[in-house]
Ligand binder design. Structure first.
Ligand code: FES
Length: 579
């Protein structure tokens, strides 16, 4: 359709991205959830002011209201609430299995309880204040709960617990692979566990303060009620709305949901099921539209899914061993992973693929429980890694094969060790770390400085230092009649997954991803351009190199659509002269 509009391929792909339903739904849910979480966060901070005094709490509320009851924010907040609620129902309705991780169970259980608690709260704070003219001050809320309705007080506490638990699990799910979260994990956990305690503590303290002062001056209670514009008629309206929502509409919705699941399962079992066959012989029927991950869960099979089915970890990947022709096309989330990791057509993500016909699969990451315990991964971060902007360097000796053929093995080991030492010294001196030795090649990561710009500079300085030390080594070797060693270095920066990978004693912190592949490719290209160093334009920009002093090339990197601009120099020292 867009082709008829004569749009450029780039615009075309942007539009297609915009209209990708799965992505829109996921983003809308995340964005609306973030808005709601921010609202709850500020609300709880306001409650916490009760630890100082009721007056401070009311002053905080005035600021809170000025912000959240501003027309724009008011509609944004309740828009987000409606979107989040509807998308939550949609997500639950798509579920084909209730086998979930404990965290998911808690999050969904809280989500189901929230409308019940929210119904009475919104009847007062939204319906009462916005439409009936009620002034829902803290003093009024305390009187209507702590003093006159202790049960309502407990309900408020439970509401706080389920809302905060649901929100916190959701927010952590969004940021758990981010670098700032893993760096500040203690701070986040402190906030998550500490804030509700402070908020409830603040509310209790303010309630005690008001109840003590009302003992000395009972008239104060009447004054608060009269200032709140509360009348028996308003009270009746609020209670009847709250009762209607909590004890009629909410149970009806739950029953409708249960009936929906029951009849859908019945219909799908009869008319709409497909067979999922595993290569180990397991086979089951699932309803069309289920994801393969849900099928595994339904079958009670352990299926790795570190990111919880959000298409971010690839640990759920499977190889499809039956016909590929009937597979649905990957959605945008899956497509991004497939393109990035260059999966062949038979490799798919089980959490994203919803087959429409019988299928045979082989889950590729198989960690039995026993093996999982043996792994030296102590937490999610180690198992899944964190995505981080990183500078990767590859360094490789040229012509080393012929050298090793012409020298005694002892000499070869001696030379190699000298070379490894000089590379390690040069890298470490410039705030990098050697990640691994691969034959006569070295992969190094520069991520110890605070900014990516400084890490890029460190990478280039490290390359120059390698050259300097290599020249010294060559002088030494020339006395022994050994031809000078030559090398090629490639440097690139970008997002890479950093984490502990491997097994048992052979596990180490390393980096994987596109950035690593591109750096390796640049190193290989130094052979074609007879140069010592080649680095991407991203590195050049971040390190603020004067590009006019360097040779540039536009090169095709395997698996990438666009050409990559890179800069190269005969000697790595030229790069730092261009700073
Ligand atoms: S579970 Fe992480 S990508 Fe599928």
């Amino acid at each position: 359709m867009f082709n008829q509009l004569n749009l450029s391929p780039k615009t075309n792909s942007r539009i297609l991205k915009l209209i990708d339903a799965a992505l829109i739904i996921r983003r809308s849910r995340s964005i609306s959830g973030c808005i709601l979480f921010f609202y709850v966060l500020t609300h709880l901070l306001n409650h916490s002011l009760g630890l100082i005094s009721l007056d401070t709490m009311e002053q905080g509320r005035a600021i809170f209201l000025r912000f959240w009851r501003h027309d724009v924010l008011f509609y944004m907040l309740y828009g987000a609430l409606s979107i989040h609620f509807l998308l939550g129902i949609y997500a639950l309705s798509r579920r084909r299995s209730f086998k979930m991780s404990r965290k998911e169970w808690i999050r969904n259980f809280c989500a189901i309880l929230i409308p019940f608690f929210l119904a009475s709260h919104l009847s007062v704070t939204l319906w009462g204040s916005r439409f009936l003219g009620l002034n829902d001050s803290y003093a009024f809320m305390i009187i209507s709960t702590y003093i006159f309705d202790p049960f309502g007080y407990i309900i408020l506490g439970l509401m706080l617990l389920v809302v905060w638990t649901h929100g916190s699990i959701g927010i952590i799910g969004l940021i758990e692979f981010r670098e700032f979260y893993s760096n500040q994990r203690g701070l986040f956990h402190g906030l998550i566990f500490g804030l509700p305690l402070l908020a409830y503590g603040g509310y209790i303290r303010a309630s005690i303060e008001l109840s003590e002062s009302s003992k000395n001056s009972p008239i104060a209670i009447l004054e608060i009620i009269s200032n709140s514009n509360f009348t028996a008629e308003i009270g009746e309206k609020i209670v009847s709305l709250s009762d209607l929502l909590q004890f009629l509409i909410y149970p009806i919705l739950l029953c409708l949901f249960a009936a929906f699941y029951f009849f859908r399962n019945l219909i799908e079992k009869r008319f709409n099921s497909i067979q999922v066959q595993y290569t180990d012989g397991t086979s089951l029927y699932v309803s069309r539209g289920s994801s393969l991950l849900e099928a595994s869960q339904k079958a009670g099979k352990y299926h790795e899914s570190v990111c919880g089915g959000r298409g971010r970890c690839t640990t759920c990947r499977v190889r499809v061993t039956s016909s590929l022709s009937e597979l649905p096309k990957p959605n945008k989330i899956e497509l991004a992973v497939i393109n990035r990791l260059e999966f062949d057509q038979s490799l798919r993500l089980a959490c994203q693929l919803r087959p429409e016909a019988n299928i045979e699969i082989n889950p590729l990451i198989k960690l039995a429980n026993k093996d999982r315990q043996n792994l030296r991964f102590s937490n999610q971060e180690n198992l899944s890694g964190v995505e981080k902007e990183t500078v990767i360097m590859f360094c490789d000796l040229r012509g080393f094969t012929s050298l090793s053929e012409s020298r005694m093995p002892f000499d070869v080991v001696f030379i190699l060790n000298k070379y490894f030492k000089l590379v390690t010294d040069a890298v470490e001196e410039n705030k990098g770390r050697v990640d691994k030795f691969i034959g006569d090649g070295v992969m190094a990561i520069f991520d110890k400085d605070e900014t990516i710009s400084r890490n890029c500079k460190n990478g280039l300085k490290g390359a120059a230092k390698i050259t300097e030390l290599l020249n010294e080594l060559n002088d030494e070797l020339s006395n022994e009649n050994i031809d000078p060693l030559r090398l090629g270095i490639g440097i690139h920066c970008g997002n890479a997954i950093i984490g502990k990978m491997g097994y048992g004693d052979a596990s180490s912190d390393t980096a994987i991803g596109d950035t690593v592949n591109v750096a390796s490719r640049l190193e290989q290209l130094t052979k074609d351009y007879s140069c010592q160093l080649m680095f991407s334009s991203t590195v050049a920009e971040k390190a603020q190199v004067d590009k006019s002093k360097l040779n540039s090339v536009k090169t095709k990197i395997r698996g990438k659509k666009d050409y990559l601009e890179a800069f190269y120099c005969g000697s790595a020292t030229e790069a730092i002269n261009a700073f």
